[in-house]
Every structure is written in structure tokens, then in C-alpha cells.
Design a protein around this ligand. Sequence first.
Ligand SMILES: NC(=O)C1=CN([C@@H]2O[C@H](COP(=O)(O)OP(=O)(O)OC[C@H]3O[C@@H](n4cnc5c(N)ncnc54)[C@H](OP(=O)(O)O)[C@@H]3O)[C@@H](O)[C@H]2O)C=CC1
Ligand SMILES: O=C(O)[C@@H]1CCC=N1
Length: 273
Amino acid sequence: MTRPLKLIQIGAGSMGGALLKAWAEGDLLDKEGSTVVDPRPSVETETLCQDSGIALNPSADHAYDVCVLAVKPQQFPSVLPQLSWPSFGETLFVSIAAGTTADEIAMLLKNQADSPRVLRVMPTLPAKVRRGVSLLARNPALSAEDEQIGEAMMRAAGEVHWCADEEELDRLMGVTGCAPAFFLRAVEGLAKAAEEEGTSPEAALAMAKETFLGTAALLDADGRSPSALREAVTSPGGTTAAGLASLEEDGFAQSLPKAVRAAYRRAKELAGA
Ligand SMILES: NC(=O)C1=CN([C@@H]2O[C@H](COP(=O)(O)OP(=O)(O)OC[C@H]3O[C@@H](n4cnc5c(N)ncnc54)[C@H](OP(=O)(O)O)[C@@H]3O)[C@@H](O)[C@H]2O)C=CC1
Ligand SMILES: O=C(O)[C@@H]1CCC=N1
């Protein structure tokens, strides 16, 4: 892939806005030839479009290399058939939605394009700072160039992992797409614990957040596995061992696999929503 991409993005909310920021900051896009559509764009999106030259809610039509579908899965049945850009002939559709399958999307787009090619991607919110992890699902309907384009887009926002198919993507989305919320829930929980011990809310959040960030930085820099680093924190017969034992008593070992399976079940429910 050598040429900058002309992109149209439908939806620039939480995740769409994060990806847009990563793409606008790099050299992946032909920004003057790209467009964002969102009926109520955030101030951040308005500013980003103004600064980068990306068009926001224009009335004029262009031809686009890629159309990113970034509305909620529940909005797909109403939004996709209404897309009114007639220049979708050769466009690759990239969906970031949980659950909704490539076949369902192609059906919803049947009035917009003949045999639409759909790549399903599951990004993560840290894409906003180019530290995302994106799952991409192989699809026999895609060409090698489609795969290259999809991979280049998601690499501009962090790491990529190709899944053999959509089923694998749905099974793994809890480990990637949802997991930032799981980690952040742990930060919230630790901050609450500090508050319960009499610390001010600001100091409680600061210590929980910095401990989380420091641990992530250590994991990144140190070279040891998470298990080895956990053991390095856990002095034999000490306080961490007591805390970990309490977590295990509460079923901690099972709770994350259970959460990943709950996300998968919800993805299946959202397919066809
Ligand atoms: N949030 C995340 O971390 C992740 C989300 N995803 C996927 O990303 C997608 C978007 O999720 P998220 O960003 O969280 O949701 P948001 O609700 O934040 O974003 C959706 C955006 O689409 C806008 N929108 C609604 N109708 C239209 C329309 N007709 N045309 C254009 N834009 C429209 C919404 O506007 P309004 O709010 O005014 O309705 C909103 O700004 C989902 O499919 C989700 O599964 C995937 C991975 C991670
Ligand atoms: O909650 C959701 O459904 C989306 C997909 C993964 C993260 N957020």
C-alpha cells in the first residue's frame, strides 16, 4: 500500500474518535480527501477535523478507498441502509462493531455497493495514544490488498493480531476490546479502598492510577513475565500473599475468563441485533 487513503468514517464517538485521532496524526490518510460523518460530533472531533483538513459532515460526494463503520451495533440496521454516498463502488468497508457479522453488514449495504467487501476489526480504546491492540478477522471475500490496507490502518493505532475468522475475533474481544474497562475497574476498586481507609478521593485516585501505570511500565521494560513479576512483589508469608489469597477466595482466577466468555455471549446476541 503506497498511496494515502481516502477514508470516510461513519460515527466518531468514543472508539471512532480514538481511531480518527491516531489516523489524523499519522501519514496514512489523504486528509483533504477524507470525511467524517456524525450527526452530533464532539468538540474534540470538530477541532481535529478543522486542524487536519478532514471534512466533517460535508454534502459533497467523493470516492473513498475505505469506509469505517463506527456506530453502535444496535444502530447498524437503521444507519447502514441510509448511507447516501453513491461512490462506494470499490470501497473496502471496515467495521469495528462488536458482534455484527460481515455477512450481516454486507446485507445491510446491498443498496450501497455490489458485493461489498467487509473487514471486521476489534480495536481497543488505547488506540487513541497509538497503544491499541486490534484483532482483525480473515475473510475469504477480502483481497490481499484489502488485508494490507486493514493491517496498515490498525498498525497506525498500535499492535495487530489476525484471527483465523470472525468466530475467533468474537471469542477474543473480551481479552482486548473490553479489557481496558476491566483494568480500569481494578483502578477504581483500589482507589475506593484507599478512600475507605480515609484518603481523600484525589489522593486515592492518584495512588491507584500511578501504581497501575508504574506496573504497566515495569511489565513493558523489565522482560520478566507477569507471573515472575507478581512473585517479585509477593514476599513469602507477607502482605501481598494475604491480599492475593483473599482475591482467590473471592474467585479471582475464574472471574476474568468468565468475563471474557460473557463478552463473547453478548457479541453473539448483538449479531443480528
Ligand atoms: N468503546 C470502545 O472501547 C470500543 C467500541 N467498539 C465498537 O465501536 C463502535 C462504536 O462504539 P462507541 O464509540 O463506544 O460508541 P459511541 O456511541 O461513543 O459512538 C457512536 C457514534 O456514532 C454516532 N452516530 C449515531 N448515528 C449516526 C449516524 N446515522 N451517522 C453517523 N454517526 C452516527 C453517535 O452519535 P450519538 O451519540 O449522537 O448517537 C456516536 O457519536 C461500536 O460498534 C462498538 O462495538 C469496538 C471496540 C472498543
Ligand atoms: O462494550 C462494547 O460492546 C464495545 C466493544 C468492545 C469494547 N466496547
